[in-house]
Write a protein that binds this ligand. Sequence first.
Ligand SMILES: Cc1cc2nc3c(=O)[nH]c(=O)nc-3n(C[C@H](O)[C@H](O)[C@H](O)COP(=O)(O)OP(=O)(O)OC[C@H]3O[C@@H](n4cnc5c(N)ncnc54)[C@H](O)[C@@H]3O)c2cc1C
Length: 548
Amino acid sequence: MLFTKEIFGLVPRILIVGGGYAGFYTAWKLEKWLRKDEAEIVVVDPLPYLTYQPFLPEVVGGSVEARHAVVNQRKHLKRAKVITAKVTGIDHAARTATITPEVGEPWQLEYDQIVVTAGSVSRTFPIPGVADLAYGLKTIEEAVAIRDRILTNFDKAANLPPGPERERLLTFVVVGGGFAGIEVFGEMRSLASYLLRYYPQLTFDDTRFHLIEAMGRIMPEVSLPTSHWVLKNYAQRGAEVHLDTQLKSAEGGRIELSTGESFETDVIVWTAGVMASPMLKNTDLPIEERGRLRVKPDLRVVTAEGEVVPDAWGAGDVAAVPDLTGKGVGGMCVPNAQHAVRQGKLLAQNIAAALRGEGVKDYYHASLGAVAGLGLYEGAFQSGRIAIKGFPAWVMHRGYHGLAIPTWERKLRVIANWVLNFVLGRDIVSLQAVQQPRVAFETYASRPRPSVEAAPAAAAVPAAVPARAAVAAAPAATVVEPVAAEPAAKPARARRKAEPLPAETAEPKPARTRRPPVEPEQPPLPGAKGVEAPIYANPAPEPEPAKK
Ligand SMILES: Cc1cc2nc3c(=O)[nH]c(=O)nc-3n(C[C@H](O)[C@H](O)[C@H](O)COP(=O)(O)OP(=O)(O)OC[C@H]3O[C@@H](n4cnc5c(N)ncnc54)[C@H](O)[C@@H]3O)c2cc1C
C-alpha cells in the first residue's frame, strides 16, 4: 500500500533543506510523529552529518574526538531519504528545489512542504588577509585543521632557535569575543600549556595568545562581573584579550590592530559573528533586513505584510524567529543550539498537525542560561543573576553538552573519550599530513613506462621530476569515461506522480575503469627527487606569510 502510494505521488513530500541541528531534529521527530503513509521525508545537505558546533572548541583543544562531534544522518535517520548535495535554489511558487550534487548536473526536486534549516555561515568584513589566511569555526574540518596546525607549529618551532620565526609559529590569534571565540581561545591556550611538557626546548613565555574584540566587553550572554572574571582568568593564564580593538589587517600573517600594535602570527581564527545561509538569496521566499528567512512564531514562513506563505517553514540560525519571551535581540531568538533543537522539534510537531488539519503552536522558550568551557577544568555559567565560575562551571558545561549531543551512540562516545582522556591525557597527534594523503604512496609507486608514441612528450620530462608531474606526462593506461549525466530537470509537478527520487530509480551505471586519482590542486611534492628520504612525515606545506 505504502509502496503504491509513494510511486503514485500520493504521499506528500516534505523537503528539509539542511540536516544540521534544526533540520536533523525536524526529520528525526517527523519520523516519530508521522506514519509512513502520511509523508515522505527528504533531507538535503552537502554534508552527510550534523555538526554539534558547541563541541568544536573542544575538538580544537583535543578533548573531543573529531568524528564524535558529528552525527551521521544516514545512520540515525531511519526513514528519511538523505541526499548529500546542496540546495542551490527554491522556486516555492512551483514547489521545486534545485539540487546541486558535487558530481553530476543539478536537478529539480518537487515537494509539497519545504522546511528551510540551512543554518548560518561565518560573517566577515573586508579586512586585508582575513579571507586568505583565517580559519572560521563552523565546521568540523576547520576545528581539526586548527588543532593540527597548533600541534604542527609546536613541532616546527621546537626545531628553531629563539627568534621571529619561532615567535610567529607560536603566536595565536582569535578574532571575536563572543561565546565561540572565548571558548576556542581558552581551549587553544589550554592545549598549548599542556603541550609544553613534551617540548623541553619551548617555554610558557614562548607562546602568545591574543583575542581581539571590537566591543568594550566579551560574552554579552553573561553578566559584566562574570565577563570580568573570564578576562582575569585568561590574563592569569597568559592569554591577552584586546578590548575596544579592531583588526585592521592580517595580510601575510602580519596582524595590525586599531591600537597601533602589530605582530606576526601563523594562526588566525575568525569567530566574529554569523549570518544566515546565503542560499536564501536564490529563493522566492521572504527575507528580512538581516538576510534571514521571515517566519511567524509558529515557524511558518510569512511575508513582510504578515501573510502566511503556504507549505513553507523555517527554523534555526537561518530564520528570524520571534522571541515571545521578549528577551531576544531585536525581538528575535538569538542564533544558538538551545533554540535550534527546540524549534526543530516544534517544527515537526506543527508540520504533522498541519498535515492532519490540526492547529499549530507558537515557539516559546525561556533561555536556560549560558555555560561556556574555557579550556580543561575552567568554565563559566550564568543564568539570570546566578553565576558559577571555574571548575564547577566546567563540570556543568561537560554535563550539559555530553547529554545534549543528539543520539545515545554519540553521547557514549564523547563521554567515554572524556573518561579515557582523564586517565590517559589528551591525544596530541597531529594528522596535518592527511591533507596530502597520497604523498607516501606516490613517492614509491611504480608507473608504467611511456609508450613509443608518447616517448617524445615523455622525453621532455626531466629525469628526476616529481612523481605527480610524471603522472601528468604519462599516457592514460585506461579510458576514463565521462560521468553519466544526472536526470534532466523535471518541469512539471504532475511528473512526480510517477517518479520517485532519482536515486531510487537510477539505472546501475556500467562499471568504470579508473586512472589512479591525481590531485591537481596539490602543490608538487616537496623534495621528491629520489626515494631515499621518506617525505610523508612532513606536514603539508603551508603558504608562507610574507616576511618584513
Ligand atoms: C564554535 C561554536 C560554538 C557554539 N556553542 C554553542 C553553545 O554552547 N550553545 C548553544 O546553544 N549554541 C552554540 N552554538 C550555536 C549553535 O551551534 C547553532 O546555533 C546551531 O548549530 C544552529 O543550528 P542550525 O540547524 O540552524 O544550523 P546548523 O547546525 O549550522 O545546520 C545547518 C545545516 O544546513 C546545511 N546547509 C547549508 N547550506 C545548505 C544548502 N544550500 N543546502 C542544503 N543544506 C545546506 C549545512 O551543511 C548544515 O548541516 C555554537 C556555534 C559555534 C560555531
